[in-house]
Ligand binder design. Sequence first.
Ligand SMILES: *[C@@H]1O[C@H](CO)[C@@H](O)[C@H](O)[C@H]1NC(C)=O
Ligand SMILES: *[C@@H]1O[C@H](CO)[C@@H](O)[C@H](O)[C@H]1NC(C)=O
Ligand SMILES: *[C@@H]1O[C@H](CO)[C@@H](O)[C@H](O)[C@H]1NC(C)=O
Length: 441
Amino acid sequence: MFSKQAIALALSIAAVEAAHQGFNYGTTKTDGSYNYEADFKTEFQTAKNLVGTSGFTSARLYTMIQGGTTNDPIQAIPAAIASETSLLLGLWTSGGNVDNEIAALESAINTYGESFTKLVVGISVGSEDLYRNSVTGAKNKAGVGINPDTLVNYIKQVKSAISGTSLSGASVGHVDTWDAWTNGTNAAVIDEIDWLGFDGYPYYQTTMANGIDQGKSLFDDAVAKTKAVANGKEVWITETGWPVSGPNEGDAVASLANAKQYWDEVGCPLFGETNTWWYMLADAGSSPSFGVTGSTSSTNPLFNLSCNTTSTSTSSASASSSTSSSTKSGSASSSSVSGFATSSRASFGVGHNTHPATQTSTPLIVATQTASSSSGTSASNSGSSSSGSSSSGSSNSGSGSGSGSSSSASATSTTSFNSATRSTGSAFGALAAALVLAIAV
Ligand SMILES: *[C@@H]1O[C@H](CO)[C@@H](O)[C@H](O)[C@H]1NC(C)=O
Ligand SMILES: *[C@@H]1O[C@H](CO)[C@@H](O)[C@H](O)[C@H]1NC(C)=O
Ligand SMILES: *[C@@H]1O[C@H](CO)[C@@H](O)[C@H](O)[C@H]1NC(C)=O
């Protein structure tokens, strides 16, 4: 019964099931101070234990550099090692600090070795640099970006830096707004990378009908347009989300109910199926506020994050085996590494603003949105950092209000969801399920 084939089949099913699922994490807290190892650890644990979900075990970072240092590796790395959180690394390439980003990456490899490199899902060279370099980015005062030729050069430098190290097998990509991908002038970047990171926010797509009921179709349409130019390369969802509070953007209304609808319609089908890093776990009390836990590190989300199980493809494994209750909870099976990711509160400051918002200190975070007419627009934000960067820390200070208000709501609603879904421990659960299936066969 436990034939090699059965086990191989089980393993392959589990592998298919695995997709990385997590949040984006910035470098600063609400008050603008830096996140250190303990702060990242708290956030990763929060994501892992987020009520009503399972499988939020991956973290996307915007920079390799620890806040407050020139080029020390970001302390999210030891926190990820301690919590078995997988990592989508990022190098902040706008602003001319690439050498320090690469130095921090090399230093991380030397310092932490395979305990670090085995957690790496991929490396993004840059974040929304092409968007900031575009007509739309300029119109939104998104800040200084870089042109595709420079970006290609940076990607080559990063590949060269990791070659011959324990990270040499890592896949190298780039994250940008979807309309930067569909801009043919940027095609040389696609030729140079292994995967495309998709950032898209229907909330900001104000040149089109963008009420919450159009959210899913705008998202799906943008993903389809990106896949159409990807030359068969994988498209990973590196940022999307809907704000729980904040101003209206076109027809889009920021609210808990709409954030839940977007999570259900856009997030739930992705979790466990497609590598996805949601924007975001917690934010700095900015407006609009995208944090599913508001600006705190509470494991009680502001709205119900449980997903219906009855969805799509995961069903075979889950149905057959386990347990699972009614919800797919954010996840199901996801990645093998169980960690969690979350972001920290703070993070990059402001979420996606229509205008770039820079963030404080070290990393600079820019948030922007785009609305381009041609392809339909996109919006996105990014957070990132580069050390030394210029900007002032304006955004962070923002508001706290949005999030504050929402948190009360959350308390009420959340308690109930918890239990049902916590179920299966992700990858392990999937594997167990797959084994059951294989044995039965
Ligand atoms: C398309 O990309 C190029 C190169 O990044 C940029 O200069 C141009 O502004 C972009 N076009 C639009 C419409 O954003
Ligand atoms: C989840 O399932 C319930 C019961 O079938 C249904 O009423 C509800 O609309 C579903 N929610 C979503 C987001 O699909
Ligand atoms: C949470 O949302 C899911 C999916 O829509 C639904 O099936 C479940 O009943 C909700 N739970 C609560 C406590 O509202």
